[in-house]
Ligand binder design. Structure first.
Ligand SMILES: [Mg+2]
Length: 412
């Protein structure tokens, strides 16, 4: 409708509360041409489309069209008859419900609730849905983000505060063995532009200092101290110095050996490749060592990397680190620095980590993701992922597996 036309009310462009409308629902075996066929049938009755939703699940189509009721006596009955005749000819079920107006406006307080199951059970789905309802939330839409490596579904929820949803869903998540991430809806979700990851037990499966310790013959001692530090029982900086001291005298050739021993977490490459394609900047911060993170930065095409540096003198590790220590506060500081360098506001950053020394960074970021983290970290972070696949973080950002795979094949 062009602006030059007489400004009379235009039926259908937006349906007023009292506009008579029809909800036409088609269900049956999917095949090409159903949507075209339905609208061709409707077109004969000169009516306007207010809303269309269509999903196909295991070969069955559910197509809903909300249209204005045709005016004139007998027009609605005629429309009903032609739609049913068309549907029967294709062995589809049709249901036509009279009513008034458009969809009810969605409530305020909108969130995305992403549920990751491995598998996703009906019991877990039921518990989550009833918790959402319990805090006054309404599930407006549900769709599947991924079927591999986990089943991931997203609920678009309105009518409840994001924080209230998080609080209500956290206990379900732990009890049911699924991951539930609640993220506030809005444009900022699509505007997230910097992802900063911890390295040890996040980007990689190993703790780098333990790899060094194995070569120095003090693996057990180091593992003990690391575990205590990650549980938050020990000051990170003290524990770092204590562990590095045990490496004194180690030949620097060990650095290359350790680099080759590092095992990336499953999904790490997919996560980074996809984020880079989407224009994200990606960095790592580590309480480990630049001797390894610099290599990872180069291999994975990362934009930022920062860690502690092992001092090497005359071809041997001295048992000391040089420069500023990257500890819990240091990681948060580095996230801020990377964000500034990337020109990305902190609200548009995502941080991923597993240990107590990641907590400040996770809480500084716009979205903090605890990745297979210790309980205290999991409880303090915005969201938690407890399946061992790093690419599942993409689903929290609303990126579907299909999109990831389409992008991959497009590059082939
Ligand atoms: Mg870690």
């Amino acid at each position: 409708m062009s602006a030059s036309q007489t400004p009379t009310p235009v039926p259908g462009a937006t349906a007023g509360e009292d506009t008579p409308t029809l909800l036409v629902k088609i269900f049956g075996k999917d095949r090409p041409g159903i949507t075209a066929g339905l609208f061709e049938t409707l077109a004969a009755h000169s009516l306007d489309v207010i809303d269309i939703e269509q999903v196909v699940t295991r070969g069955r189509i559910t197509l809903c069209a909300l249209v204005t009721t045709p005016s004139g006596s007998g027009a609605e009955g005629e429309l009903r008859a032609t739609v049913h005749t068309w549907a029967e000819s294709l062995r589809l079920q049709a249901e036509i419900i009279s009513g008034r107006g458009d969809n009810r406006p969605r409530g305020t307080g909108r969130s995305h609730v992403t549920v990751l199951g491995h598998p996703l059970t009906a019991e877990a789905t039921s518990a989550i849905a009833s918790r959402i309802t319990g805090v006054g939330g309404n599930i407006d839409r549900i769709f599947r983000l991924a079927k591999y490596p986990v089943t991931a579904v997203e609920f678009a929820v309105s009518g409840a505060e994001t924080e209230a949803l998080r609080t209500a869903l956290a206990p379900e998540s732990a009890a049911l063995g699924v991951d539930v991430a609640v993220v506030a809806a809005g444009l900022h979700r699509r505007a997230q532009r910097l992802v900063v990851m911890d390295v040890d037990s996040t980007l990689i499966q190993d703790e780098v200092i333990e790899l060094f310790a194995a070569h120095a013959g003090c693996a057990e001692k180091v593992t003990e101290v690391t575990a205590a530090a990650m549980r938050g029982e020990l000051d990170f900086e003290q524990s770092l110095h204590a562990r590095v001291a045990l490496l004194e005298g180690l030949d620097e050739s060990v650095v290359d050996k350790v680099r080759s021993e590092v095992r990336l977490t499953p999904g790490a490459r997919t996560l980074i490749r996809t984020l880079k394609r989407l224009g994200y900047q990606v960095g790592v911060v580590s309480g480990g060592f630049t001797q390894v993170t610099d290599d990872l930065k180069e291999r994975l095409g990362l934009d930022f990397a920062s860690a502690n540096t092992l001092e090497i003198v005359d071809g041997r590790l001295t048992g000391r680190v040089v420069g500023e220590v990257v500890d819990r506060a240091g990681k948060a500081r580095l996230l801020r620095r990377f964000a500034e360098e990337a020109g990305v506001p902190l609200a548009q950053t995502v941080a991923i980590g597993d240990g107590a020394n990641d907590l400040d960074m996770l809480n500084t970021a716009g979205l903090g993701v605890a990745f297979n983290a210790k309980p205290m970290v999991r409880e303090a972070a915005h969201t938690a992922v407890n399946v061992p696949f790093l690419d599942t973080v993409l689903y929290l950002l609303g990126i579907t597996r299909e999109e990831v795979e389409a992008a991959d094949s497009g590059q082939g």
